[in-house]
Design a protein around this ligand. Structure first.
Ligand code: KIV
Ligand code: NA
Length: 268
């Protein structure tokens, strides 16, 4: 599995990326053989109880990224730069991206991209901070765009294609394409040398990314381009109800839990 962005290249099989926001989930991702873990600002919705990504802070992403980095050693760890932590002033952008690397041990950062991030991508790459770009639906623009599919007109599609090339030329090591027509994603994938990672962007990207809550079957609402590959929500519900019932009926703790003499050193 890649631990450097140089190794994060399309090979025979498509690249796999999934989000994770904590150590046990990141460890499970590594065991499953994912190529990259994205500590996405989707944590706002998926882990922190917000209804968008707007309130997510640098400190929150850094703390979660550090947990993910501690739990993995063979997986590329990418920290998502939250709303307004980049693209306002260059010095602050570099400082915030630097925190993800120095404090949180990320291997790379992801930025929701646009015309305002071309120079910044080049600057970050120049100082040693690898950048994953992100075009199409960019949820930090929810107050302008909503969650609409992007690149649907000819003009919008060619704007995305041009920005993809500009970010590849600026030194981005990969590009997320979110909720865009499959033919546009295929065209961009063909046009640029860096790997494209799709979410709601059809089958022709170099890789795929999903939010881990969706993969696990832990989300209340599943976007139509995602798929639940398990039913962790009902596992959680049934384990927790079983625990409540066992305590309330006196079935737990049982005899074997009640006179434990061993020290716990071996566990830690
Ligand atoms: O925050 C996130 O999870 C993302 C992915 C959906 C690409 O940006
Ligand atoms: Na994100």
């Amino acid at each position: 599995m890649p631990t450097t962005v140089r190794e994060f290249r399309s090979g025979d099989a498509p690249l796999t990326m999934v989000t994770a926001y904590d150590a046990p989930t990141a460890a499970a991702c590594e065991t499953a053989g994912v190529d990259a873990v994205l500590v996405g600002d989707s944590m706002g919705n998926a882990a922190l109880g917000y209804d968008s990504t707007i309130p997510v802070t640098v400190a929150e992403v850094a703390s979660r990224t550090a947990a993910v980095a501690r739990a993995t050693d063979e997986t590329l760890v990418i920290a998502d730069m939250p709303f307004l932590s980049f693209g306002v002033s260059e010095a602050e952008s570099i400082e915030n991206a630097g925190r993800m690397m120095k404090e949180a041990n990320a291997h790379a950062v992801k930025l929701e991209s646009g015309p305002h991030t071309v120079e910044l991508t080049e600057r970050l790459a120049a100082v040693g901070i690898p950048v994953m770009a992100h075009l199409g639906l960019t949820p930090q623009k929810v107050n302008q765009l909503g969650y609409a599919r992007q690149g649907t007109s000819e003009e919008a599609a060619s704007e995305i294609a041009d920005l993809a090339t500009a970010h590849a030329d600026a030194g981005a090591f990969a590009l997320v394409l979110e909720h865009v027509p499959a033919n546009l994603a295929a065209q961009v994938t063909e046009a640029i040398d860096i790997p494209t990672i799709g979410i709601g962007a059809g089958p022709d990207c170099d890789g795929q990314v999903l939010v881990v809550n969706d993969v696990l079957g832990l989300s209340d609402r599943l976007p139509p381009f995602a798929e639940a590959f398990g039913d962790v929500k009902s596992e959680m519900d049934s384990a927790l109800s079983a625990y409540v019932e066992a305590v309330e009926t006196g079935a737990f703790p049982a005899e074997k839990h009640s006179h434990v003499e061993a020290d716990l050193d071996d566990l830690y």
